[in-house]
Design a protein around this ligand. Structure first.
Ligand SMILES: *Cc1c(COP(=O)(O)O)cnc(C)c1O
Length: 386
């Protein structure tokens, strides 16, 4: 089976991890700050807080921005469940903004409508979490304008998007947002096995997230409520977690960062080749806004609107049978039983529901050969309904 995504590990990556194993620190050593510096330098953000997953990064980002009971957080229905769960972890509620049928990202028009309605009802969101699906940035400038008008905070879920850019600047520089989070799960652009990072330009937010990452414990005397009892002293000043990334993982991430541009260029090359080879078939190919340069974590094809839902399943099954590890990103979050029980109703998000009936993610990753890609394209041509 050709997988839809796969990590690329070099001998240098292996050596970097093995070196840490025989060093003094397996965790809380020098590799984590070095990895953070590498990502902040690349993105042009002031601060990066490395954690053990993007899910943890989303959680502490929401907490740092003050989400709690009585607050509402909005995100896209077409995302991994973690983009919504982070609000629930904080005791906040979550609601969704339907997608744009061209980019599959959160629709700015729907966002604006929903904000107008929410303003009248006194139910404005505390935080909006746009998700850069596939690695293509949302329309961040427009979302920033709405944030200033309606007074919400912005967390960019850039789990798919490290190495991509928006208006010629790297995603992750937080020019339009309070915090941007990345994922380093093996299927994503670079990997630390499990891992994530929260980027920000705010010293205060960075510090709050550092505390939340490590039990809310400080050794900084300026943060303590009184003079230290002695040189051993530390204080817990907040309720934090153990969300730390290990030095083993950070060493892998740091070494992977050297090849980030190479990884993204190759993904973009594969995407351009799909664009050419799949043109003319009854499919919508990933439409790209000229403001964006996608990292192409995913390459999503969409059956044309007249395709019946049965065709969608048939095409999916035929591709799987042909050894192509297709996937579907994502099942609309409000359709998940857990969210249904919370009273969510997917019919409020018709574009997300329509997308779900037509979308298929086909393989794209650094190590995918042109031969394998040709095989995938042929399988798609054979699988499509005639
Ligand atoms: C992968 C992913 C996450 C969660 O990332 P982890 O590092 O696995 O916790 C969150 N949001 C989106 C959009 C993702 O794709």
């Amino acid at each position: 089976m050709i997988p839809y995504g796969r990590q690329n590990i070099s001998q240098a990556d292996v050596d970097a991890v093995v070196d840490v194993l025989s060093s003094d620190f397996l965790t809380q050593g020098p590799q984590v700050p070095a990895f953070e510096k590498s990502v902040t330098d690349f993105c042009g953000a002031e601060y990066g807080v490395a954690v053990n997953s993007a899910t943890s990064a989303l959680h502490i980002a929401c907490l740092a921005l003050g989400a709690g009971p009585g607050d509402v957080v909005w995100t896209s229905p077409i995302t991994f469940v973690a983009s919504a769960n982070c609000a629930l972890y904080c005791g906040a509620e979550v609601s969704f903004v339907d997608i744009d049928p061209a980019t599959y990202n959160m629709s700015v028009a729907r966002l604006e409508e929903k904000l107008r309605t929410a303003a009248k009802a006194g139910a404005l969101p505390k935080i909006v979490i746009p998700v850069h699906l596939s690695g293509q940035s949302c329309d961040m400038a427009a979302i920033r304008v709405l944030a200033d008008e309606y007074g919400f905070k912005i967390i960019e879920d850039a789990s798919h998007a490290i190495g991509g850019s928006y208006r010629d600047e790297p995603i992750g520089n937080c020019r339009y947002s309070d915090i941007t989070i990345f994922s380093f799960h093996p299927v994503k652009i670079i990997t630390t096995a499990e891992g994530g990072m929260a980027m920000t330009n705010s010293r205060e937010l960075a510090r709050r997230m550092e505390l939340l990452r490590a039990h809310g414990v400080t050794r900084d005397t300026t943060e303590m409520t009184h003079e230290p009892d002695g040189p051993w002293y530390y204080q817990q000043i907040d309720l934090g977690f153990n969300y730390r990334l290990t030095d083993l993982q950070a060493a892998l991430g740091l070494n992977q960062m050297k090849r980030l541009s190479q990884f993204v260029d190759r993904r973009r090359e594969i995407a351009a080749r799909y664009d050419e080879m799949l043109a003319g078939l009854p499919l919508a190919l990933p439409w790209q806004h000229h403001d964006t340069r996608s990292a192409f974590h995913l390459y999503i094809i969409r059956l044309k609107a007249d395709a019946r839902i049965a065709d969608h399943r048939t095409v999916y099954e035929r591709l799987r049978m042909a050894g192509i590890g297709v996937n579907l990103h994502y099942i609309p979050v409000p359709l998940q039983p857990y969210f249904k029980c919370l009273g969510h109703d997917a019919s409020a998000y018709p574009e997300a529901v329509a997308y779900y009936a037509q979308a298929i993610s086909i393989p794209v990753y650094y190590g995918l050969s042109f031969d394998a890609q040709d095989q995938i394209v042929n399988a798609i041509k054979t699988a499509l309904p005639r």
